[in-house]
Design a protein around this ligand. Structure first.
Ligand code: FES
Length: 103
């Protein structure tokens, strides 16, 4: 079961700039690229640093702490795809971004 939790107004989500939000109290990072919004856990799979503030290069997000890079489409660590950060489905409705949180 999932809950579509409201995360932010789309107008407040600038393109290409990761934004930390807390739908249902969870640390989630939203990234808007063109018409798409990606949502992933805002906690690195290495030592747990917040990924907000990381450098974005296309679909790759580099952790600000030790430079691990993750594909924002599926959360995979590009040097060892068996490691990943959690991702969530995000959707835009009525000018707002909703994140599907498993319950
Ligand atoms: S905590 Fe992210 S690379 Fe180490």
């Amino acid at each position: 079961m999932e809950h579509a939790a409201e995360a932010i107004e789309l107008s407040k989500l600038a393109g290409g700039i990761p934004a930390a939000v807390f739908p249902l109290g969870l640390p989630v990072l939203l990234i808007r690229l063109g018409a798409e919004v990606f949502a992933l856990e805002n906690r690195c799979a290495h030592l747990g640093c917040p990924l907000a503030g990381g450098r974005l290069d296309g679909y790759l997000l580099q952790c600000p702490c030790h430079d691990w890079r993750f594909d924002i489409r599926d959360g995979r660590f590009i040097d060892a795809p068996e490691l990943a950060v959690k991702t969530y489905a995000a959707e835009i409705k009525d000018g707002k971004v909703f994140v599907r949180i498993p319950l």
